[in-house]
Design a protein around this ligand. Sequence first.
Ligand SMILES: [Cu+2]
Length: 232
Amino acid sequence: MNPRLVLAFAASLLFGAAHAGTVQISVTDKDGKPAADVVVLVDPATKVVATPAAAPVVIAQENLRFAPFLTVVPVGSTLRFVNRDGYDHHVRSTPSGPLGSMPSVKNFEYRLDATKAPASSPYDDYKPAPVSRKKAGASIAEVKVDQAGPIGLGCHLHASMRGQVYVSETPWFAKTDANGVAILQGVPEGAIEVNLWHPDQLQEQSPMRLQLGAAPLKTSGQLNFTPRPRRG
Ligand SMILES: [Cu+2]
């Protein structure tokens, strides 16, 4: 075990064990309906900066979509974009929000070649040399995200392709499921601040200040708007 891991383990024992709790939050939209794909960020009184994900976090381009639509990663992580379609895509960072009001915390643009082999033809042997591409087999691109905040995702070739990344500074982050529920474990007990973020929001959500004890904390939150249903 390397010394950094030992330290991290010791720290997890200090913060964990008897002094960590669970937060379960149910988020609704302004109309009271469950809100999916809401980023939930929990900060204890003494802020802790997240450790980057140990391995690249995969965002696929599949069936003309980013999958998953929303990805939340700890700051310093590496995103790995993988084109799994039989046609080329792009991936580029875009501002977030309906009016593009939230600038991306990282700017990048990559072309991602098709991965599925085209249907074979009996005349394959007679084909001229393939048209040269920027990089052979570049259906994967990686980018390190070193600043917390939103990154919208788009594709030059397919305007309908939209995705979203949120880079979290706090190690305690989650996204709500289809029922609007997110569960965060191992949160240090004591005063906590819970922040919600939705890719379609025009205004920031008010932070919630709560007290976390040994018992799991069940709470609820409500967005200050009602997101439009996502197409598809
Ligand atoms: Cu595309």
